[in-house]
Design a protein around this ligand. Structure first.
Ligand code: GLC
Length: 430
């Protein structure tokens, strides 16, 4: 059996091993509940060898949808765990929109619709698409209304966890501007299973918890959150994923014979504001925007390459992203400083840290999203290089949550589900 075939067999074993019945855990110890964008990728992985289980994964996630369409970042199908925040901490029953299932009160990057379309393109599941279309549309509509603070169609995040890149240095300034008062008593669960040097700093955690306390006091009322959340940003990664997901939703809608004018409108609106808000022409990079501070967030991280995944840059923007930055060994490319693609944060950023969470390590999800974008723009060799590095890391260090880009050491959770799922996807690249 080839090395890749062995890896694929191990990947399936990890996905099976993390199967908790109703849903699949992102990691066996650190993450015992169902996470939103993890689940989308897990479903994609499962679809390679167990389509009914893949579709059940998606249904389970949708069972946590709020009445107004919000799809939460965590669904707690089972309550007993040492994970913090636990369901009781969120106090979602304060909102009339909360579902019957316990969930968190914030959302996560909307990968799900794109995954549904990918699965459907490989093995048509028209009946399933018809079943879930209304829920997907409701989530997108919620994002474009409840989270549109300025009529641009660009969506705002109210918590770093909504970005999926929890302690990214992109959030440092906005987080520093927050003074947490009366932080409720809490005890971190994350450092019980993973070394503290690989996890967010204590000061960040206090602010993560403080924000949740603000939201629950506002009973998760969307207008109040937009008006009062101390953290309010427009994020390039989230908005790129949403743009692509809107395109996929539109394609599914057309196939089902549904009216799609509303979705076409969202796409036009986003296209007409994306560059003005995010593109920094002198730097040749996309930067997030801090709505509260009314200023761009001038921090270079790998999420600057996500518009490639959305197909939004023109050819010259794409060339600048790739030639000036992705291929620059002082920023992202392998060279003297790092051996493996793709470090999450530019090597030039003072906050760069090769072992700490989203501050520098390689994350397989970002490698996959960026590789997909590179392929779309014809940079097939670079996409393949990302795939090869990802497969090499997983082969040598196992399916870890993230990896040190210098020596390839595996970090964070072991038996990590989306790394396993994406190992199956990356096989198609090499
Ligand atoms: C961490 C990651 C987030 C992921 C979750 C579960 O919070 O930052 O992106 O969804 O773990 O794996």
């Amino acid at each position: 059996m080839t090395r890749d075939a062995v890896l694929a067999r191990q990947a399936k074993r990890v996905l099976r091993g993390n199967d908790a019945g109703a849903f699949t855990k992102p990691g066996p110890y650190q993450y015992p509940h169902q996470w939103n964008w993890d689940s989308a990728l897990i479903a994609l992985g499962l679809s390679h060898f167990d389509l009914p289980r893949a579709l059940a994964e998606i249904q389970a996630l949708l069972s946590g949808q709020w009445r107004d369409g919000m799809l939460p970042h965590v669904v707690y199908h089972t309550t007993a765990s040492d994970y913090f925040p636990n369901p009781a901490f969120w106090q979602i029953e304060g909102s009339p929109q909360a579902p019957a299932v316990p969930t968190s009160g914030i959302t996560q990057p909307p990968l799900l619709t794109s995954v549904v379309r990918m699965i459907h393109a490989r093995t048509p599941v028209a009946g399933f698409v018809r079943q879930v279309y209304g829920s997907l549309l409701a989530w997108h509509r919620w994002l474009h209304t409840a989270r549109d603070a300025d009529g641009t169609g660009l969506v705002c995040l109210i918590h770093p966890w909504e970005s999926g890149t929890d302690d990214s240095p992109r959030w440092l300034q906005a987080m520093a501007a927050i003074t947490p008062t009366d932080v409720p008593a809490y005890s971190r669960g994350d450092t019980r299973h993973v070394a503290a040097v690989e996890r967010p700093f204590e000061t960040d955690y206090d602010r993560f918890v403080y924000l949740i306390d603000v939201f629950r006091r506002l009973r998760y009322e969307p207008q109040a959150l937009l008006a009062r959340s101390p953290f309010l940003v427009q994020d390039v990664l989230f908005n790129s994923i949403l743009y692509r997901a809107d395109e996929d939703l539109r394609a599914l809608g057309l196939e089902l014979g549904e009216p799609v004018n509303e979705i076409t409108g969202w796409l036009e609106q986003q296209r007409s504001h994306f560059d003005a808000r995010f593109w920094d022409a002198p730097a040749g990079l996309y930067f997030d925007y801090d709505v509260r501070a009314a200023s761009p967030i001038i921090v270079s991280t790998a999420t600057t390459f996500l518009p490639l995944y959305a197909g939004l840059p023109n050819a010259s923007q794409a060339r600048r992203l790739v030639e000036d930055h992705l291929e620059n060994p002082d920023e992202y490319a392998p060279g003297e400083a790092v051996r493996y693609r793709l470090t999450t944060t530019s090597l030039r950023e003072p906050a760069w840290d090769g072992r700490r969470y989203w501050r520098g390590p390689v994350w397989i999800i970002l490698n996959w999203l960026v590789a997909d974008g590179l392929r779309f723009y014809g940079y097939d060799n670079l996409a393949e290089a990302l795939a090869r590095d990802s497969l090499a890391l997983m082969t040598s260090a196992g399916f870890r949550e993230y990896y040190d880009p210098r020596d390839g050491a595996g970090l964070g959770s072991t038996e990590f589900s989306w790394s396993a799922a994406l190992a199956l996807e990356f096989r198609e690249y090499v």
